[in-house]
Structure formats: structure tokens, C-alpha cells
Design a protein around this ligand. Structure first.
Ligand code: ZN
Length: 183
């Protein structure tokens, strides 16, 4: 397994619509394992293939157990090929998001509290996942990546985007207004 390089905002590959995957097999399985390793290495909760420069429809999602002990889907790994949101339920809810491809920023984004995701596993077997809360948010964020959409695109009010700054003296993180971020 290997840790892949995560590309960041400004790279045009993050803005492309990704291709559906039609070839299942050893290469895809290896790529999916590398994606999982890359996500874990970066302490991420999700990663989409375009973030490692591959414009194909594959995402990996893993919500941490820590802080989400009540959620039965916490700690579960999801590897989804050609994921699609087939149902979204409830009123849009605000919540903070960051992105491994936009380091140093977080912002408040409106997402559906419940989604049903359909897709395939790495062998091509159909998958159906019902996700709530934070997990539903991660799926919406990762599937957006496959369409060239970043979380900042959902933020109209610049006050809702904040920069995370590490205080050199105390080593603590604080937030400050980010202003506009275009990418
Ligand atoms: Zn992201």
C-alpha cells in the first residue's frame, strides 16, 4: 500500500467532472486500498479520487469512533465506486466542514441530514448505504468532489468561511475570518 499525494485548491483536476468506473479488478482494489491509507494518514474522514489527481468516481469514507460513540456507523469503512445520492431527506442543516484539498480553512455548509447512497463495491457488487448526520454530510461532500464541486462553493456569506491559524506562542489553534477564497 502507499500514501498518495493529495492535491490542493487551484489544481484544475479538482474542478473536473469525474468518469464512471467500468473496470473492476485488481488495479481498482489496489487503488482503493491506497485511497484508504491516504485518508487515514491525513487524518481525514473521507477522500475522493480527484483529490489524489484521479478523475474517476471512487470515494472512501470513515467516520471516527472517537466523538461519535453513539453512532453505529462510526468506525465503519465505506469504499464506494460510482456513488450516487438517490434520496435526500429532511431540512438542510448547517455544519462545519473542512477539506484535505483546502488546508487551513473551515466553513459552515448546509447539507441534508439523511441521504441514501447507491453505488458498487470494488468488485462491482451493488451497495446501498443509508447515512444520517455527520456521515450523511461526509457523503455529500465527497460525492460533490466527483462533480468538481468544493465545499466553499456552497458558502455565499464570506463570514461563514474561517481560517484556522496556529498561534506560534501557545501552539493553540484559533479561527479568523478568511474573506473570499476562489479556486
Ligand atoms: Zn473535500
Amino acid at each position: 500500500m502507499s500514501v498518495l499525494k493529495i492535491i490542493t485548491i487551484g489544481d484544475p483536476r479538482l474542478r473536473k467532472k469525474s468518469r464512471p468506473i467500468r473496470q473492476f479488478g485488481k488495479n481498482l482494489e489496489k487503488f482503493a486500498r491506497d485511497m484508504v491509507e491516504t485518508m487515514r494518514h491525513a487524518d481525514g474522514v473521507g477522500l475522493a479520487a480527484p483529490q489524489v489527481g484521479v478523475n474517476e468516481r471512487l470515494i472512501v469514507v470513515e467516520m471516527p469512533e472517537e466523538g461519535f460513540e453513539e453512532d453505529p456507523q462510526a468506525g465503519q469503512l465505506f469504499v464506494v465506486v460510482n456513488p450516487e445520492i438517490v434520496r435526500a431527506k429532511g431540512q438542510l442543516e448547517p455544519g462545519d466542514e473542512g477539506c484535505l484539498s483546502i488546508p487551513g480553512y473551515i466553513g459552515e455548509v448546509m447539507r441534508y441530514p439523511t441521504v441514501v447512497v447507491r453505488g458498487q463495491d470494488v468488485r462491482g457488487k451493488p451497495l446501498r448505504i443509508k447515512a444520517h448526520g455527520f456521515l450523511a454530510r461526509i457523503f455529500q461532500h465527497e460525492i460533490d468532489h466527483l462533480n468538481g464541486v468544493l465545499f466553499i462553493d456552497h458558502i455565499q456569506d464570506p463570514e461563514k468561511l474561517r481560517r484556522i491559524v496556529k498561534d506560534q506562542a501557545t501552539d493553540e489553534y484559533r479561527e479568523e475570518p478568511a474573506g473570499a477564497l476562489v479556486g
